[in-house]
Design a binder for this molecule. Sequence first.
Ligand code: ADE
Length: 261
Amino acid sequence: MLEVDVLTIFPELFAAFLETAFVGQARRAGRARIAAHDLRGWATDRHRSVDDSPYGGGPGMVMTPEPLVPAIEALAGPKGVGRRARVVHLSPQGRRLDQAGLARLAGEPALVLVCSRYEGVDQRVIDLAVDEEVSIGDYVLSGGELPAMVLIEGMVRLLPGVLGNPESIETESFRGGALLEGPHYTRPPIYRGLEVPEVLRSGDHAAIEAWRRQQAQDRTRVRRPDLLEGAGSSVSDRRPDRSSPPSGADARAADPDDSGE
Ligand code: ADE
């Protein structure tokens, strides 16, 4: 059972997200309990304020320890012994999330996700009440709400029995050897002149498996060579074979960012 409480000044952002697709399904099936809480509910002044101007000057506002620390403690207990949930602050200053980090957090008995806004959070909130900071990538968003949803969606799909086909997790990118996935095709066999590769229609399962493996390796080498570094496999020393391009998109894309898809 995945247990997540989210602290935010925009709980309404989570309404559709929590009802839809695998996240909604997991909640309805009792595999996940996820709730978004309005931080202003812990504010004590009549303006229900959550932020103030920064000491030392500078642009923007900073989230104050009150009401953030009491809110976190209400949901997770005090930091240290007696804490009931791991408290994660979503922040560009955090450790960058990857698949291993998702799996680790999904294994926690309970989580409290703290979404900040404005220029950031008073450092004493982090020192007194937060267990770790997590970033979803090297770019800056206006708040932690979307990063919290990224984290939740990533964790929910790791829950046993949530995905219809458990095998799909194993063959995906970043599992089973840290390769990107190769291209996928479905009907029709020819679309606007582009044909599904013959091998996929051959019924030869060994040949299909070999083709997929090769496509995954070629695509990883072109787009994400960093994933192959230190993998210790022979694929990392080989150059992409330009005489037989791996797929339409990769063949067109000398620039790995220009996927053409
Ligand atoms: N809040 C703003 N930007 C963020 C990011 N990249 N990751 C996590 N939280 C954030």
